[in-house]
Design a protein around this ligand. Sequence first.
Ligand SMILES: [Zn+2]
Length: 380
Amino acid sequence: MRGMNEQTSSQSPRYLSDDDVKKRIQTASLAEVTAAELVALFMQETAVQQHLPDGRCQQDPRDGAIILYNEVRNRRPHDNKPDAPETAVAKPCPICAGNTTKIVDAAPLSQGFTFINKNMYPVVYPVTERDDGFVGLHFLQWTSSHHDADWHNMPQADRATVLARLAALEQTLLLADAPPLPTAEAWPGGWRSGGRPVHGYLGIFKNYGYLVGGSLMHGHQQMMYSPTLPPAFAADWAFYQAHGKSVAAYLRDENPEALLLRDYGEMVLCVPYFMKRPYQMLLFPKQDRTLLSELTAAELAMMADGWHDAIRAIRTLLPSMGREIAYNVVVHNGPGAGLYVEFLPYSQETGGMEHLGWWICQQWPETAVADLRRVLDNQA
Ligand SMILES: [Zn+2]
């Protein structure tokens, strides 16, 4: 880590100090807080009050896409927009500078902390005055208080801790004794986890790079809780109903063995035979699960290893294509998914043809597998 800081040693420290993390802790662990209390803490956060979302929402009647209108968000800070080279390295990181909301969960890592706080620029809020409004909670997980530590370079135990804290947030919100937000419904078809009804949905995703929606370089995940079913989860549920098995189970049965990248024991990383863009990958457990919080500690650690491998491969291969490092990670933890994680490197642009559902992919899945295996085998 010291080596990483050296290149920016002339600037402000590239980490939020342990003392500064502790000063911002509101609840040290999600184990101490109920879902209803989390909602209250979100609404009491003064930093969020200044950046409330518009609350305006529409649904595309053709495909069910939900559009959240939010002009306020246009004013949030960015530190990774491409700039003139002389100014590109000079921008301070708001997180390392301590410009954060209060923390609802902090777990020590081998160096620093991983912590969860409220998004200062949330796209959803627990209440809205609009009839067409969309309610929810928008949290952030800072992978590490150290600026340059993220999935690709963190020690194994640390990345397992990061994923375990995501599972803890999911458990607190989705398996609460009562729905955290009033319009929450049980999962379609009466889905339950561990015998308990599940309330609402937690969208978990990662945007890295300006090209794919990442506004800050400091490694983070976004978690958006809502009682409204995300269309991608609806598609997983429709898949389950059509095929009689989860998406993950289908992949286990149907994705060719030749496209397997890593078998971690209870978790598998592969390139799907229907790869839409170069180096897209899927990660899923061998046993059907629904929520992250259903994973055993060993499975969580293996899933964290999969995140580590997929992201470090993306970070190596995109520059080798002459492209910026930019990718999304999306967790499918809704009904019918069987739990799977999508890794979506920004390896090719999207054209009009793709908007018709005809995807032109400039790489064969077998070529992607060969490249990815070479990278994974060369980097321990
Ligand atoms: Zn930072």
